[in-house]
Design a binder for this molecule. Structure first.
Ligand code: SF4
Length: 367
């Protein structure tokens, strides 16, 4: 029974040069039709479970106007919310204002997530993003006054012309805002994006590693817990919603291009707006075998500082992890730590976590 729910609002007022997410240019008429289709999708699939998290992501949900946001919240009244729900909405600073913040608060939103990415003008231009730096502090102050106590900002790094000094300034600025959660993203040049077509090259792996280590060191010394490879939070402010993904939990995903994970099935929605408006929501369904489920369990949990809970693993799969994978050498070489019934990657090896996970999965014991 899913207890977590993602809602996708695909509209953006401008398109970032690196973006390969499911997004569309904002169009007032289209938003209204989209919200009607979204309401029907929710009504046809949701089974009234009590939800521990709802995450309204995008796209840019804050690009919707007040009327459209009111309509969205009306639709989401249909969802049963647990008493201590984490209820997040994403947005950017540019399209957020005090009236929207008040509306969020009135409708139970208790976590805000803003895409800031960088404050460097050249890097913003490269990303095709705008940012009114004076407005950032104003919006954060207004959010605080209204009563929001849980705010996330996204930081992007490893941009082609970025230097460690640029990154240092971005971090100085973000730290000065004293927010609860920071998500970091290293620039990935995805196919079909503007920067891919322009043949932009990644920075060197050495510089990327240096930047990652610098971020970890700065945030750790400023009392942010590094609880997931790319995520940092003050004590008690880990993202419950994203932790559901990293814990391989079931979830609903409603909206264009969203995916759900329910009853050992991954269901991916169409990215075609015409199909979606015609209520042809689903693009594909994939049955998850128990072997694949275990592999996900390993890959996702090892992203967290708490790693895999070996007792929970045994309760869930009726098998000991060590009987399925021979990971002794990885422990011996300190690439994995086994302690207190937990198996995790130490923080100083997170930069090479993919390699460690591949080696762990490759150590499968064939009966
Ligand atoms: S705001 Fe997000 S979804 Fe929209 S274009 Fe930029 S990266 Fe893509």
């Amino acid at each position: 029974m899913p207890k977590f729910c993602y809602i996708h609002i695909p509209f953006c007022k401008s398109i970032c040069s690196y973006c390969d997410f499911c997004k569309l240019y904002y169009n007032e008429e289209l938003v209204d039709k989209y919200l009607d289709a979204l309401a029907e999708e929710i009504n046809s699939k949701y089974k009234n479970e009590s939800l521990e998290t709802i995450y309204i992501g995008g796209g840019t949900p804050s690009s919707l106007n007040i009327k459209q946001l009111e309509k969205l919240f009306k639709i989401l009244e249909r969802l049963t919310k647990s008493n201590n729900i984490e209820y997040t909405i994403e947005g950017n600073i540019e399209s957020t204002d005090i009236n929207k913040l008040k509306l969020y608060k009135e409708n139970g939103i208790n976590r805000l997530s803003f895409g800031l990415e960088t404050i460097n003008k050249n890097n913003l231009n490269f990303l095709n993003r705008t940012l009114n730096i004076k407005k950032v502090q104003t919006i954060i102050n207004q959010a605080r006054e209204i009563g929001f106590q849980n705010i996330n900002l996204d930081l992007m790094y490893a941009l082609p012309k970025e230097t460690i000094t640029d990154l240092e300034k971005d971090l100085d600025y973000i730290l000065s805002l004293d927010i609860e959660h920071i998500s970091t993203y290293s620039l990935i040049i995805e196919e079909h994006t503007k920067i891919y077509l322009e043949k932009v090259k990644n920075i060197s792996e050495d510089l990327d590693a240096k930047m990652y280590n610098y971020i970890c060191q700065r945030l750790n010394t400023n009392e942010y817990e590094h609880y997931e490879i790319s995520n940092f939070s003050k004590k008690g402010y880990q993202s419950k919603h994203n932790t559901c993904y990293w814990s391989n939990e079931e979830y609903y995903g409603f909206g264009l291009g969203a995916s759900s994970y329910i009853d050992n099935e991954r269901i991916t929605n169409t990215r075609s707006i015409n199909k979606y408006l015609n209520k042809e929501y689903i693009k594909e369904k994939e049955k998850i075998t128990s072997k694949t489920k275990i592999e996900y369990e390993i890959m996702l949990n090892l992203r967290k500082n708490t790693g895999i809970d070996l007792k929970c693993f045994k309760d869930k799969y009726q098998k000991e992890l060590k009987d399925l994978y021979d990971y002794k050498n990885l422990v011996k070489n300190k690439l994995l730590i086994e302690s207190n019934n937990k198996l995790f990657i130490p923080e100083d090896k997170w930069y090479i976590s993919n390699e460690i996970i591949v080696r762990l999965l490759g150590s499968e014991i064939n009966e």
